[in-house]
Design a protein around this ligand. Structure first.
Ligand SMILES: *[C@@H]1O[C@H](CO)[C@@H](O)[C@H](O)[C@H]1NC(C)=O
Length: 307
């Protein structure tokens, strides 16, 4: 009796410990709150585990429905069962066989705010009918905060550009639709001057970044740099502008050139002086010797005449 009881407890414990491993647990991880830009698109990250064991895509059916209405589908593989308002606007980006229930909604409308919940059904291979293994994850649903104005790009420029040196300016904008990125454009620069990066922030929030690099010239001083973000759907855009200040590069031409001219002039003038002095010294010496020689010869002549 005693050992029987012990065995029973042991078996129960073993079952409790092992059952989640063997049969799996019905659990969904869905981003709960997400910004959504009206007219654009949104991607809801979602993953789940189910009690049906390892199953391929074909044995799983994923559905998204309104939280309180289990028959109002915003996504269903059978389009005829999708609410009119959501027809052709939703698709599952994730592969169910990889436990990925990521949902995309395009052409967001103001009243699409949710909450929406994911439901998974295990279907029979032959009939495609759901088995008793199905689950609506009504505790983990997504709700949208509707944005009517596109988020503004943020520009992070260095303080000033320096003439003749490369100048780099970064434009970034946040969004929630990684399947259709916002387009970032500049009012100057060519394709080679621009690099784009896309990275994930927390939850379903993403950041698109465009970096523009060019060599600053004096003529760029006080010009405007504008970065424009155009969001998918083509009806929302926003831009940010900064004024560029270009610092003249550190050269001393304004000192060196006049100085060189000054020194050059001085040298030429100096040489001229030396030349002139030499010439006149020679001339003076000549004159002096003439003056000295002149009367002597006159005297001599006079003396010769008297003799
Ligand atoms: C789920 O699918 C989406 C869309 O294909 C993908 O971007 C995401 O990385 C996937 N998530 C995981 C956890 O694999």
């Amino acid at each position: 009796m005693d050992t029987e009881r012990k065995m029973l407890i042991f078996t129960l414990l073993l079952t409790a410990v092992c059952s989640p491993v063997f049969s799996g647990e019905w659990k969904a991880t869905v981003v709960k709150d997400l910004d959504a830009l009206v007219t654009s698109c949104v991607v809801v990250p979602c993953s789940f585990t189910h009690g049906g064991g390892l199953l391929p895509n074909s044995r799983l059916r994923g559905l998204w429905h309104r939280q309180d209405k289990f028959d109002q589908f915003i996504y269903h593989e059978d389009q005829t069962r999708v609410l009119d308002n959501f027809k052709e606007r939703t698709q599952l980006l994730g592969r169910l066989g990889e436990n990925n229930c990521t949902l995309e909604i395009t052409d967001m409308k103001d009243h699409d705010n949710g909450p929406f919940c994911f439901r998974v059904e295990v279907v029979r291979k032959e009939t495609n009918e759901p088995t008793k293994d199905k689950f609506s994850f009504v505790e983990d649903c997504v709700q949208f905060k509707m944005l009517h104005d596109a988020p503004k790009p943020v520009l992070t420029p260095p303080k000033t550009a320096i003439e003749g040196k490369p100048y780099t300016i970064i434009c970034s904008v946040t969004h929630t639709c990684p399947s259709h990125l916002p387009k970032l454009t500049w009012n100057r620069g060519t394709e080679e001057d621009i690099t784009e990066i896309h990275k994930q922030h927390h939850g379903g929030n993403w950041e698109a970044t465009s970096t523009l690099t060019f060599v600053a010239e004096a003529k760029d001083d006080y010009t405007e740099l504008t970065c424009t973000a155009e969001f998918y759907g083509g009806r929302k855009e926003s831009s940010t502008t900064v004024t560029l200040y270009v610092k003249r590069s550190e050269n001393y031409n304004h000192i060196i050139i006049p100085a060189a001219v000054g020194i050059g002039t001085a040298v030429i003038f100096g040489l001229l002086c030396v030349f002139m002095v030499k010439k006149y010294k020679k001339r003076i010496a000549e004159l002096q010797s003439q003056v000295r020689a002149g009367p002597d010869s006159e005297d001599e002549k006079r003396r010769n005449r008297f003799l």
